[in-house]
Design a protein around this ligand. Structure first.
Ligand code: TRP
Length: 333
C-alpha cells in the first residue's frame, strides 16, 4: 500500500480562532484528517513577526489554537501538532532558502503588502518581510505534498515551489513541489459587514464564545440598511446575516433568501434562527473545549510529542539538503 500523502497547514497563534477559520479551514482539516497524514503547525515564530512585544499572548494562543483545532474535531491520535519555534530545521532552512529569494520578490508579495498596510508598517523588519521564506521552510522541512490554504496564502505557496525548483536545479536536491488545496468556502464576512472576519478587527465570533455572547453579537450585527420595517422587502445578497445562513444553515438558507426578499421574515426572527443554528453547531465544539481546557497538560503533551516527531523529520531533511549542497564533510558525495 502506498503511504498517505502528507498535508501541512498552519495557524498563527496571535489570538483565538473564529468562525471564519472554522468554515474556511478547520472543517476541511477535520474532513481530510484520516485520508492524509496531517500536520498542523502552530506558527509561533511567524506570529512574533507582528507580535514580538506580546510573548504572553503568544504563549496563551499556542494553547488556544491547539484547543480550537481539537474542539473543532481534529483527532489527536490522527494528527500531529507542531510548534514552529521548536523545530530547528525550519530555522536552518529559512537561512538556506533566503539565499535564493530576492528582496524585491518579497516586497511585491501581495499578502505581505496588505498585511504591512494593515499593521501600519512603513519600515518592515527583516523577519516580517522574510516570513514567506520561513513559511516555505514550514512546508518543505516535512516534505509536505499538499497545503490546505485560503487564497491569501497562494503567493507564499508559489514562492515555496519556486524555492524547491531552484534548489533542485542548483543542487539536485530531489525536493518535491508542494501543491495547494484550496478551501471549499469563500471567505466569511465580519460582523461589521466588512469582507473578512478577523481576530484583530473586533468583528469575529470566536469558537470559544459562549452561547450568550454569540446571541449578543448576532443581535448587534448590521443587516440590510434598506429594511426599516419588518415587512420591507430585503436584500439578502448584501446582508451579513444572510451570508452566515449560507455558511451555517444549509437546510434552510434558500427559504430564508426568498422570505427575506418578500419581506416575510423580519431581521429579528432571522437572527434568532441563525443564533440557534450556530449554537447548535457550536455545542459539541464547546463540550470538547471544556474537556481540553480542564486538561491543558494533555494539550501541552500533544504539542511536545508532535514537535519531537517533526524535529526528527526536519533533521533528516536538513541533512539531505546539506549533503546535496556539499556542506556535509562527514557524508561527502
Ligand atoms: N500564514 C498562515 C496564516 O496566516 C499561517 C501559516 C504559517 C501557514 N505557516 C504555514 C499556513 C504553512 C500554511 C502552511 O494563516
Amino acid at each position: 500500500m502506498q503511504d498517505k500523502q502528507r498535508i501541512l497547514t498552519g495557524d498563527r497563534p496571535t489570538g483565538r480562532l473564529h468562525l471564519g477559520h472554522y468554515v474556511g479551514s478547520l472543517k476541511n482539516r477535520v474532513k481530510l484528517q484520516y485520508d492524509y497524514e496531517t500536520f498542523i503547525l502552530i506558527a509561533d515564530v511567524q506570529a512574533l513577526t507582528t507580535h514580538f512585544d506580546k510573548p504572553a499572548l503568544i504563549k496563551d494562543s499556542i494553547f488556544q489554537v491547539a484547543v480550537d483545532n481539537l474542539s473543532a474535531g481534529l483527532d489527536p491520535s490522527a494528527v500531529t501538532f507542531i510548534q514552529q519555534s521548536q523545530i530547528p530545521a525550519i530555522a536552518e532552512l529559512t537561512v538556506l532558502f533566503s539565499l535564493l529569494v530576492s528582496v524585491n520578490t518579497l516586497r511585491h508579495n501581495p499578502t505581505v503588502k496588505s498585511e504591512a498596510a494593515q499593521y501600519g508598517y512603513q519600515d518592515l523588519s527583516y523577519g516580517f518581510l522574510g516570513y514567506p521564506v520561513s513559511q516555505a521552510a514550514d512546508i518543505i522541512f516535512c516534505r509536505a505534498d499538499l497545503v490546505p490554504v485560503g487564497d491569501d496564502q497562494l503567493p507564499h505557496l508559489e514562492l515555496a515551489r519556486k524555492i524547491v525548483r531552484r534548489f533542485n536545479e542548483l543542487y539536485s536536491a530531489g525536493l518535491k513541489e508542494p501543491k495547494e488545496l484550496l478551501g471549499p468556502i469563500p471567505r466569511l464576512k465580519g460582523l461589521d459587514g466588512s469582507s473578512k472576519m478577523g481576530k484583530s478587527r473586533g468583528n469575529a465570533i470566536f469558537l470559544s464564545d459562549s452561547d450568550e455572547t454569540v446571541a449578543e453579537k448576532i443581535t448587534a450585527a448590521k443587516t440590510d440598511p434598506a429594511r426599516v420595517h419588518k415587512n420591507d422587502p430585503g436584500h439578502p445578497d448584501i446582508c451579513t446575516i444572510y451570508s452566515y445562513h449560507q455558511a451555517f444553515n444549509a437546510e434552510r438558507h434558500e427559504e430564508i433568501f426568498e422570505d427575506c426578499k418578500r419581506g416575510a421574515v423580519g431581521c429579528r426572527d432571522c437572527k434568532r434562527h441563525l443564533t440557534s443554528c450556530l449554537n447548535r453547531q457550536l455545542l459539541p465544539i464547546r463540550e470538547k473545549r471544556r474537556h481540553y481546557e480542564a486538561n491543558l497538560h494533555i494539550v501541552r503533551e500533544l504539542i511536545m510529542e508532535g514537535s519531537k516527531k517533526a524535529r526528527l523529520i526536519g533533521d533528516e531533511t536538513v541533512c539531505r539538503l546539506k549533503q546535496a549542497m556539499s556542506l556535509d564533510l562527514e557524508n561527502m558525495n
